[in-house]
Design a protein around this ligand. Structure first.
Ligand code: FES
Length: 357
C-alpha cells in the first residue's frame, strides 16, 4: 500500500514527520530512536518498455514465447514417457551412458518449469507496473479496512498486470499452467495395473491339500497335536514360484487343534475337522503375520500392535486395533486321509479396510 494514499493525520507521529519531510524534499531527518537519516529513494528511472510501445511488444512476444516453449516441453515430456522404452541407454556427453527415458523426462520437465518461471519473471520485470511503493509493517491481524484496502490493491494489481489487455500472454500462460499438471497425471501409470478382484481371492479352492510350511508335506489330522500351532500353505505353491510372496501373503494358514467341546462358535465347529481349525495367518489390522499362540486360552496374538483373537470363538477380536475376526477356511479330510480345503475363504483376508467398501 502506498503511504501516499494515507492521510498524514492517520500516520504515527514519527512517520508523519518523515513523510512530511520527504514530501518537502528534506530527506535528512534523523530522530532520537533512529539516529540514521532516511536517505530517501533515488529518482525513478522509467524502463524502456514504459516509454516505447515497440519494446513493450517485444517483451510481450518474449513472454509468450517462453510460455509456448513450456507447453511444448510438457507435450515432449508426455511423448517421451509414452514412446521411449524404459531400458533404452543413450550416450550423453559429459554424463556418459545413462537412461534415455530419464534424461528426456528430466530435460522436458525441467524446461517446462523453467520457461513458466522465466516467462513470469520477464513479464513482471518488463511489463507489469513499475510504480515504486513503500509498505510499512503492521500488526499481524489486519483491520477490516486494511483487508478492504488489500483487496482493492489486489484488484488494482490485476488491472495493472494488463491480463485483460495482453491476451496473448494471458492465454499462453493459462495454457502452460493447465498443461503442466498433466506430467504428474501420466506418471500415475507407473503405479501399475489395477488389482481388480485379485486381492479378494486366494489360491485355496475345493480339494487343495494343506501343506506344512516347514516340511513341505501334506498334513494329516494326526500331524496336528493339541496345543500346537502349525503353519500351512496350499498344495502346489513353491518358494521358487515367481508369485510365491504375493500368493503366500494371502493364503498363509494357521492350524490349531482344539477340543471340540471347547469350540464356542457353531460355524467354526462345522468348518473344522475333529477340532482342527484353520484360520488366515494375516492380521486383519494392517496385515502382519500372526505368530504367537497361547494354548491355555486359545488366543493368538499379532506381534505388530497386539491384536488378540480368540480361536475358540470364531477368532473374534478380544483386544487391539484389528477391525474384524480372522477369516476361517473350511476344511475336511480327503479319501487318502489328508487335510484339504473345502473352498476359498468366504471373506477377503487381511486388513479391515475391505469392510468399509
Ligand atoms: S497388524 Fe496386527 S495388530 Fe496391527
Amino acid at each position: 500500500m502506498s503511504s501516499q494514499d494515507i492521510p498524514e493525520e492517520n500516520l504515527p507521529a514519527e512517520r508523519a514527520a518523515d513523510e512530511h519531510a520527504h514530501a518537502h524534499g528534506d530527506v535528512s531527518v534523523a530522530h532520537e530512536k533512529d539516529p540514521f537519516a532516511d536517505p530517501g529513494l533515488p529518482p525513478h528511472e522509467h524502463r524502456i518498455q514504459d516509454i516505447d510501445e515497440r519494446a513493450a511488444k517485444r517483451s510481450e512476444r518474449t513472454v509468450a514465447l517462453l510460455f509456448t516453449l513450456s507447453m511444448l516441453s510438457t507435450v515432449g515430456f508426455i511423448a517421451s514417457f509414452v514412446t521411449i522404452p524404459a531400458d533404452r541407454i543413450v550416450y550423453i556427453f559429459p554424463l556418459g551412458h545413462i537412461s534415455g527415458l530419464n534424461f528426456a523426462l528430466g530435460m522436458t520437465l525441467g524446461l517446462a518449469l523453467f520457461c513458466i518461471g522465466a516467462g513470469a519473471v520477464h513479464w513482471a520485470r518488463t511489463l507489469m507496473s513499475d510504480e515504486e511503493m513503500t509498505d510499512e509493517r503492521h500488526a499481524i491481524a489486519a483491520e477490516p479496512e486494511v483487508k478492504a484496502k488489500v483487496l482493492a490493491d489486489f484488484k488494482q494489481g490485476a488491472k495493472e498486470s494488463a491480463l485483460g489487455r495482453r491476451k496473448l500472454i494471458r492465454n499462453t500462460m493459462f495454457g502452460a499452467l493447465t498443461l503442466f499438471p498433466l506430467s504428474g497425471i501420466v506418471l500415475l501409470r507407473d503405479l501399475g495395473p489395477l488389482p481388480e478382484d485379485k486381492l479378494r481371492h486366494t489360491l485355496w479352492s475345493k480339494g487343495k491339500l494343506l501343506v506344512n510350511m516347514n516340511t513341505n508335506e501334506p498334513l494329516r489330522p494326526s500331524d496336528v497335536a493339541v496345543g500346537s500351532l502349525t503353519f500351512a500353505k496350499p498344495e502346489g505353491l513353491e518358494e521358487e514360484d515367481h508369485e510365491f510372496q504375493t500368493e503366500i501373503a494371502k493364503a498363509a494358514l494357521m492350524i490349531v487343534r482344539l477340543q471340540p467341546e471347547n469350540i464356542k462358535d457353531k460355524r467354526e465347529l462345522e468348518w473344522s475337522h475333529e477340532g482342527i481349525v484353520a484360520y488366515s495367518k494375516i492380521c486383519t489390522h494392517v496385515g502382519c503375520p500372526i505368530s504367537l499362540y497361547e494354548q491355555q486360552t486359545h488366543h493368538v496374538l499379532c506381534p505388530c500392535h497386539q491384536s488378540t483373537f480368540d480361536l475358540a470363538d470364531g477368532a473374534r477380536v478380544i483386544f487391539g486395533p484389528a477391525g474384524h475376526a480372522l477369516p476361517q477356511l473350511r476344511i475336511g479330510v480327503n479319501d487318502e486321509g489328508y487335510l484339504e480345503a473345502h473352498g476359498d475363504f468366504e471373506e477377503p483376508v487381511g486388513p479391515s479396510f475391505w469392510e468399509r467398501g
